[in-house]
Design a protein around this ligand. Structure first.
Ligand code: TMO
Length: 323
């Protein structure tokens, strides 16, 4: 039923042309252009497209700038991009703080969503590895996760984002080898393949994400994150290495803008500050793309058409942006 509704929606929006876009006078175009960063996982891409549609509604021209997470910090620092709508504590806190401290970016507030990014497994492997999700169980059952790529160690499939995985393996003395997926497609392909065959898999995952709608699973419970674990080698399980802990649970999810943007476009900054997605909203957005197979633009338009009350509230005081 939901699929049918989605299909009808797409059809009607194709027939009537773009739902929200408004024409902009060419001579004003540069001053009225906002450049949004696009990463490569579904919720980020769809949330960016939704944000773009809202700014189009306020009379701006939108440019999307594709970048991986590493590159996006340069794009912001050198003012090639204006906005990033999804900055995750678990993978991006370090760069975020660095750029905030240098005055290269400005915080535009947090989403309601609470996030987590860490090692994860589907529940069906629990009987082969008693003691999970406690991390110590991995020391005993690592053989379950051996593959031709990782032999004689267990395999952990990492994401293409900056993570302290190698440091954690060293500090917690885990018999695992990291196989790093080169992009989110490879990560998804490896996940789907393992789940289809019900093979053991230990993989980088995050929440909110579509996976929670697909199959029950759990994050590994490493020792609880504290900043001490990162900075102080003598803290925790290992007396000589830092990072003997997991990533933060209940992590923040922020929006940021490049320096100067808030002064140039206070009105856009104010709208951006009000935009707030919850865990439920984000899981749905990633499911629309990763499970239902919509394009990111169709998913954004589908969400906008069905959640008018929410986004009208975000933009309600800012219909006449002047700058
Ligand atoms: C940055 N990510 C949400 C993919 O972990």
């Amino acid at each position: 039923m939901q699929r049918l509704i989605i299909l009808l929606f797409i059809l009607s929006s194709v027939l009537s042309g773009s739902v929200l876009s408004q024409p902009i006078k060419q001579n004003n175009k540069d001053k009225r252009t906002i450049r949004l960063l696009l990463n490569d996982w579904a919720s980020q891409v769809v949330m960016t497209k939704i944000t773009g549609r809202l700014f189009e509604k306020l009379g701006y021209h939108i440019e999307y700038l594709e970048s991986n997470v590493d590159g996006q910090w340069y794009q912001l620092k050198f003012m090639n991009a204006d906005i990033q709508v999804e900055v995750w504590e678990g993978t991006m806190a370090k760069k975020y703080h660095q750029l905030i401290n240098n005055g290269d970016i400005v915080d535009a507030g947090e989403h309601a969503a609470k996030t987590r990014e860490d090692w994860w497994y589907p529940d069906y492997i629990e009987e082969q590895c008693p003691g999970l999700p406690d991390w110590r169980a991995l020391k005993k059952c690592f053989k379950v996760f051996i593959t031709t790529e990782s032999d004689p160690l267990g395999q952990y499939v990492g994401g293409p984002w900056e993570k302290p995985d190698a440091a954690r393996i060293r500090a917690l003395d885990l018999p695992f080898k990291i196989i790093q997926a080169k992009d989110s497609e490879e990560l998804k392909a490896r996940f789907e393949e393992a789940v289809k065959q019900r093979h053991p898999i230990l993989i980088f995952n995050w929440t909110p994400n579509y996976i929670e709608a697909e199959i029950p699973g759990k994050f590994i419970e490493f020792p609880e994150y504290t900043p001490e674990c990162e900075k102080n080698a003598s803290w925790g399980y290992s007396k000589i290495f830092p990072w003997d802990c997991g990533n933060p649970k209940g992590g923040w999810l922020k929006k940021v803008v490049r320096k100067g943007f808030k002064q140039e476009k206070p009105c856009v900054y104010a709208v951006l500050s009000k935009i707030s997605f919850t865990n439920e909203m984000m899981s749905l957005l990633s499911k629309l793309v990763d499970v239902d197979g919509l394009s990111s633009t169709d998913a954004a338009d589908f969400w906008l058409a069905n959640n008018k009350k929410i986004w009208l509230d975000w933009i309600k005081n800012y219909q006449q942006c002047q700058s």
